[in-house]
Design a protein around this ligand. Structure first.
Ligand code: AMP
Length: 215
């Protein structure tokens, strides 16, 4: 099964990608995570990407496309693309990459969410720097402040989860990413899920719908 997940920042792309693994094992390819790893390791790509990420802007297409081609070349089995494509040129580039590798997409899952819910969710979002477990200071507090319940690691907040950058990311999403819904609808691949109440309550249904596509 080959999936794309896209949605506004905070809609739950990463949460869905992690939790859907209880139904089937997927390679999870998150461009945001790949960039954050490069930033942490202070690579040239990381230095370039951080300028854009800090401003809530998209990293240039040619950089991101090269990264995805490399990842898909190594994987090719069941995968979830989380955060790519982010605009129509990237979607067209992905079509070319998939054609080169003879891969067919199963579906493109669009996670819909209201903007006010996103801001509230993201300014309170934290995660464990060691195991990646997600927390929220309103709805899923750790038992001990700043300490992961799972592994005892330190909880940190993403540098781009502040209100000003979140607003920019949301504007970027509206202008550049949302048009993907029409693009994939025209290809008969779009599946829309409302995430105002969180993706986890919808996951069984989403999985049932996806599995039906493969029958
Ligand atoms: P995410 O973790 O998906 O929210 O991504 C965090 C940030 O990484 C975004 O706000 C962008 O600056 C950058 N980014 C992630 N994916 C892409 C992409 N496909 N194209 C360009 N920039 C991206």
């Amino acid at each position: 099964m080959q999936l794309i997940i896209f949605g506004a920042p905070g809609a739950g792309k990463g949460t869905m990608a992690q939790n859907i693994q209880k139904y089937k094992q997927f390679s999870h390819i998150s461009t945001g995570d790949l960039f954050r790893r490069h930033i942490k390791e202070k690579t040239d790509l990381g230095k370039l990407a951080s300028d854009y990420i800090e401003k809530g802007l998209l990293v240039p297409d040619e950089v991101t496309e090269k990264l995805i081609r490399h990842e898909l070349d190594m994987i090719r089995s069941d995968f979830i693309l989380d955060g790519f494509p982010r605009n129509i040129p990237q979607a067209e580039a992905l079509d070319r990459i998939l054609q080169d590798f003879d891969i067919k997409l199963t579906a493109c899952v669009h996670l819909e969410i209201d903007p006010e819910i996103v801001i509230e969710r993201l300014v309170n979002r934290m995660s464990c720097q060691d195991c990646g477990a997600p927390y929220n200071l309103v709805i899923k507090k750790p038992k001990v402040e700043n300490v992961c319940d799972e592994c005892g690691g330190k909880l940190t907040q993403r540098a781009d989860d502040n209100e000003e950058t979140i607003r920019h990311r949301f504007e970027t999403y509206r202008a550049e990413t949302e048009p993907l819904a029409r693009y994939y609808e025209n290809k008969g691949l779009l599946m829309t899920v409302n995430c105002n109440e969180g993706i986890l309550t919808k996951l069984d249904q989403v999985w049932e719908d996806l599995a039906a596509l493969e029958d």
